[in-house]
Design a protein around this ligand. Sequence first.
Ligand code: NDP
Length: 290
Amino acid sequence: MTATIIDGKAIAEKLRLEITAEVARLKDQGRKLPGLAVVLVGNDPASEVYVGSKARQTDASGMRSFEHRLPAETSQQELLALIARLNADDDIDGILVQLPLPPHIDTDRVIEAVDPAKDVDGFHPVNAGRLMRALPSLVPCTPLGCMLLLNSVQPSLRGLHAVVVGRSNIVGKPIAQLLLQADCTVTMTHSRSRDLPTLCREADVLVAAVGRPEMVRGDWIKKGAIVIDVGINRLAVEGRPKGRLVGDVAFAEAREVAGAITPVPGGVGPMTIACLLKNTLQAAKARRRL
Ligand code: NDP
C-alpha cells in the first residue's frame, strides 16, 4: 500500500485564492482593506525568511502588510509600546510578533499584550481559553492548517483515535483541542510518554509535532492511518548549503503503511501562512462586524 500524499501546497494555494477573492469583494464594496502588522525583533535568519514571506503573501492576497523590523537590542518596554500603538491603530486588524524573541524579552508578556481581537497567531490566553471551551476564537495557524489537511482526505473524523506527539502551546495542545472538537478520541504524548511506538500504533490519525528528524518510524504507524507531519528539521548535506528538510516522520517508510500522509516540505508548512491570511481576514471581519 502506498499512501495518498496530501498536497499542502495545492490546498494552501486554493485557500489563498479564496481569501484573495473575498478581499477583492471587500474592496469592491469600498471597505477598508484588512491589514496585518508583522513584528520582527533581531535578525534570526529563519525568522527573516518567515517574515518576508508572510508580508509578500499578505500583499499578494490584496490585504495590507505593515512590517516592523526592530534591532535585537530593542527593550521589552519599546516592544510593548509598539504593540500598544498597533492595538490602537484602526488600520491594523492582525498583529503577529515573530517568535522566538531575544532572551531579554519576556515572550509571555508580549503575547499577552496583543489585543485578543487582533491576535492572528491565536497565542493569547484569551484565544487559547476560548479554543479550549470550543468558543469562536482565533486559532493558531499551524494547527488550523493541519485540520484543513486532515479534512481534505477525511471530512469526518468522528470517533477516530488521534494521537498527537508533542504538547507545545503553539502546535501540540491546540491541535489536540481541535481534534477533540472534531469528536476524535485524543491521546497526547510528549517526551515523558512511555512506549511511544505502541501509543502511535493505536492512532487512526497521527500528528507529529516534535522537532526530531524522522523520529516516527514506519513500524510506529497503523496500516491506513492518516499522518500529519508538522516537523521541519534541516539536515546538513555535503555540497548543499541549505541542507535538506525532513519532517518528524520517516516519510519513505511511513508512506508504505499510512493511508494518507503529508510530505515535508510541501505539507503543513505552506498551510501555516495561508491560515495566517485566513485569520487576518477573520479578525478584520469580526472587528468591523462584516
Ligand atoms: P517544541 O520544541 O515547542 O515542542 C516539542 C514537543 O515535542 C514537546 O512537547 C516535547 O515534549 C516533545 N518531544 C520532544 N522530544 C520528544 C520525544 N523524544 N518523544 C516524544 N515527544 C518529544 O516544538 P514546536 O511544537 O514548536 O514544533 C514542533 C516541530 O514543528 C518543530 O520541528 C517545528 O520546526 C515544527 N513547526 C512547524 C511549523 C510549520 O509551519 N510547519 C510551525 C511550527 C512548528 P516535552 O513537552 O515533554 O518537552
